[in-house]
Design a protein around this ligand. Structure first.
Ligand code: UDP
Length: 250
């Protein structure tokens, strides 16, 4: 179902953002488009939008219940979410509990090494530059955020990890790493934004020992492992087991 919405404000790789009838709220439509490697690899995956919207809504509600401020207000349909209007901070925050992916390509760290406390990496959110790794000095140089806000961002990201790691573990999923985006609301509040889904998290199934079979996230698409939507469906099924049904917000 397509809820009533206003003009298209922004279209990204996986979502569209529309105006609503209230200035401080927007509607987010989760798309079926899948992209990887800075959109060099593309596909349409039937049902991806619904699965990511449903997973994300439940995780946002679990985070909210744990006192973490998010942009999420409720669902408008199976694939649409109502969120607070925010200005997205152009920094992608990645938390790594287990070494894999770009970390192992860029540093001599063995795949699968546990990282405790988690490694927090910052990337500049800009596709033209290929989302490069940031340093604190570069954050300052580019004037992205001040030191106080950066510290608040890092604190929020670690709190998200502290809630999501045990939540996923309780349904036999290992939260390997994940990416967060944050925004500033119309009232100046720092909020967790974007989505939290198998597109943005690496999740390994503790019920499987095979290194490929256990992957339940976008790496199945990146590595052509097949069964991408079956994996996302399994994540939703498990998350449904520990999160309440998301509220509607119309
Ligand atoms: N990630 C993301 N969007 C990006 C880059 C990374 O959601 O633009 C997520 C990715 O799914 C993984 C984590 O951030 O859960 C760390 O990704 P990594 O830096 O290892 O990048 P990759 O190996 O995918 O290039």
């Amino acid at each position: 179902m397509r809820p009533d919405h206003g003009e298209l404000l922004y279209e990204g790789k996986a979502k569209r953002v529309f105006a609503s009838d209230q200035p401080d709220r927007v509607l987010v439509e989760f798309k079926n488009d899948a992209t990887a490697f800075n959109a060099q690899k593309r596909a349409q995956l039937d049902d991806k939008g619904r699965l990511n919207c449903q997973i994300s809504a439940r995780l946002f509600e679990a985070l909210e219940a744990a006192g973490i401020p998010t942009h999420y207000l409720g669902l408008a349909s199976e694939t649409w979410m109502v969120v607070q209007r925010v200005e997205i901070i152009p920094i992608e925050v990645v938390l790594r509990n287990i070494a894999t992916g770009s970390l192992c390509r860029q540093a001599p760290i063995a795949e699968g090494t546990t990282i405790d406390p988690a490694l927090l990496d910052l990337y500049y959110k800009d596709d033209d530059f290929g989302d490069p790794l940031l340093t604190e000095a570069r954050v300052r140089l580019l004037g992205l955020v001040d030191a106080e806000r950066l510290s608040a961002i890092e604190d929020l990201a670690r709190r998200v990890n502290a809630v999501l790691t045990p939540l996923f573990a309780s349904v036999d999923l290992t939260l390997v790493d994940f990416k967060l985006e944050l925004g500033v609301s119309t009232t100046g509040q720092l909020l967790l934004a974007d989505e939290i889904s198998p597109d943005t998290c690496r999740l390994w199934d503790r019920r499987k020992s095979d290194q490929s079979d256990r992957i339940l996230d976008k790496d199945r698409f990146r590595k052509d492992l097949g069964g991408v939507m079956e994996a996302y469906g399994e994540v939703l099924k498990r998350v449904q087991g520990v999160c309440t049904d998301p509220r509607n917000c119309l």
